[in-house]
Design a protein around this ligand. Structure first.
Ligand code: NAD
Length: 227
């Protein structure tokens, strides 16, 4: 039977593609608070600021290229049934070739209406402007899960993690909930590896492989493909 692999990824995976992590936040993240930039309250008060922030992130993410770790993860599909569950809002997993990707915190490449239909449309790297509306007639907003909003695909993600034979956690500090709680659903018999630069508290049963994802992940993937 084909083994099931789950990848749980965070912003550290895309750091070497030039996209700053949550902690190494630059630019507007430093100038303004999370509430001003990434919450329903911030959106109500200063939509133009929120749009400018996401327009800049989207443009940067659009020109970024998948790195060796994204590519190695995609190559696991040669041998395994792979599910990628990511906190990342960039599309670097898909662009590296991964075919089954769940985005817990939404996607920069999509906009959606603010009405009940939440009509979604692909915008790739394009900006969203104040006054730009969806077909339902409501203002477009980034299709991103803001603080205080519901994380997407959690039930399906829990099931996939629980059913996995191997789990690789990469590039996340495991501080943002409920995404971080997914590691607790990994089965006792699953092979569990965590890669990041540092980790204060390793989740139970995980082997820690410290270092840059572009070095650690391709090496691990080669081991797994050769098993
Ligand atoms: P975080 O900043 O809290 O943690 C980053 C982790 O990655 C740290 O453990 C760090 O040691 C590790 N890391 C940094 N560089 C690395 C590298 N080169 N190789 C391996 N590991 C590396 O990030 P998080 O846990 O993903 O926090 C999450 C929030 O930030 C999420 O909500 C996510 O949506 C959002 N975010 C996403 C992106 C993106 O889509 N690229 C970028 C910034 C923030």
């Amino acid at each position: 039977m084909i083994e099931k692999v789950v990848i749980l990824s965070g912003s550290g995976l895309s750091a070497e593609s030039g996209l700053p992590t949550f902690r190494d936040a630059a630019g507007l993240w430093r100038q303004y608070s999370w509430v001003e930039l990434a919450s329903p309250e911030g959106w109500r008060e200063r939509p133009e600021l929120v749009l400018a922030f996401y327009n800049e992130r989207r443009a940067k993410a659009w020109v970024a290229q998948p790195n060796a770790a994204h590519l190695a993860i995609a190559s696991l599909e040669k041998k395994f049934d792979v599910s990628v569950i990511t906190q990342n809002v960039d599309a670097l997993h898909e662009r590296a070739g991964s075919t089954r990707v769940l985005h817990l915190h939404g996607e920069l490449a999509f906009a959606r209406g603010t009405g009940p239909g939440r009509l979604r449309q692909r915008i790739d790297g394009a900006a969203i402007e104040v006054g730009q509306k969806c077909p339902e007639g409501t203002q477009l907003r980034p299709d991103i899960v803001w603080f205080g909003e519901e994380t997407q695909h959690m039930e399906e993600s829990r099931e996939r993690v629980a059913a996995a034979d191997r789990v690789l956690v990469v590039g996340t500090s495991l501080v943002v909930q409920p995404a971080a709680s997914l590691v607790d659903f990994a089965g006792p018999r699953a092979r569990k590896v965590l890669n990041s630069l540092e980790m204060d508290e390793l989740p139970a049963g995980f082997e820690f492989r410290p270092g840059r994802a572009t070095a650690v992940v391709p090496a691990l993937v080669n081991e797994w493909l050769a098993d």
